[in-house]
Write a protein that binds this ligand. Sequence first.
Ligand SMILES: [Mn+2]
Length: 484
Amino acid sequence: MVVQLDNTIELDVVNECGEDTISQRERYRGRFCDKRLDKRAEQISSMLYFNQSSSIHGSTHYESEQKGAYRFFANKQVEEGTLIEAVKERSSYLCADKDVLVLVDTTEFNMKNHHNRLKPDTGIGLTGNNIDLGFFLHTSMVLDSATEAILGLSDVQLWHRSEDKVSKKSGENKSIPIEKKESYKWIKASDDSKLHLSAARSVTMIEDREGDIYEQFARIPDKRTHLIIRSKTNRILSCGRQLYDFLAAQQTAGTYNIDLVHDIDNRKGIEKRIATVEVRYCKVKINKPKHHKRAEIVRQVELYAIEVREHTPGIKKPILWRILTTHQVETYQDAVSVVNKYRLRWYIEQLHRLIKKKGFGIESSELETGWAIRKLTVMILNSSVRIMQLLLAFNNKESQPIEQVFDPGEIKCLEKLNKTLQGKTEKSQNNNNPALLSWATWIIAKLGGWKGYNIRRPPGPISLKKGLDKFNGIYNGWKLALSP
Ligand SMILES: [Mn+2]
């Protein structure tokens, strides 16, 4: 298939096997009721996918292409919601018959370095510090629970606050219905994910403390929908006691070590250590908060609570997690399984970090309106997901099939490259199964500068991004050399 754009360039998207390469990614055909916009969207999507940058200037080869991309993001007919639908699409069928985990989190984009260039009243407003301008993103990322492979996104919400400071009177917040509050994003993400992932066998929403909202526990769970949420509020139980005391008074069910030296979550500020943690759990009945006026919300919810408490001496910030879940926790193993699922939540933070400063650099985008930058953000989510897929596949013997992430032409090129990257010792060779994504991760990481002989030191997202940039350059040259 050849996509004709403005009669100026042709984008050849047929690979050697004659398959449509875009089928691996989002589909835009028929989305905009305007064939030219559909084609432009596919071209930009492919461009972002390969160039892994938020800079339109740096990613385009022709001036016409660059202008076309600017026009596309500025076009009112190109709606944010339409782009979101495209980015979400694949997870709706990849989830079929699977137990899936949905990792949810919010991030803020601060555009303060561009406030002179950004036009006012264009989809941006005050950020959390009440000074700078920017917008917010709430993302739900879908994982296969059995293999921990990323299947895509099930919900994406973007919004901005007012550009004027609004001072809230204390107590006022409690009387506002949740649909009018920003925290409604958690309930909306759960509702939308349930619907979008209706082909899945089960759906488990995984959220940090911000998601600890009574209405969620009351409204979301059903036979196939579960919640795993870190507790924020010391809630009152039906027995009259408070959740945290009650939980701490339970017998220790077991003790285990969390390796924070080789942990995948190796962010700064975490003291590297082996943390010995005690695990407690119990079934609890939580009372509806007193300020809750809604009669249709049940007066009590039955959940399981888990406490994870560290006892390493001399640690500044010992681990203390209290997790609420609708999953049945009847044994120590059940509790550990829920805690391990909760810890996967870190991947969504990593995804957000990648789109922002370090990876795609959305916060330094050259686009001139908030609306345009937001649309670009949605399209970049897809490319960031690919880097996360590679990251999770590292050394994973059950990683997802390689065809879910690379197209057949790219796989051929990876095969050639793989031969050139092998070291002399067995440790420095790619021992992964070529049918799985872990095999490609090894190659991409090596291209990105990862040393390759130490599986205890996995490559980070930035070296994978570097590796992908390099691979795409090589792949383009390789295609060129093969073309008649
Ligand atoms: Mn959060």
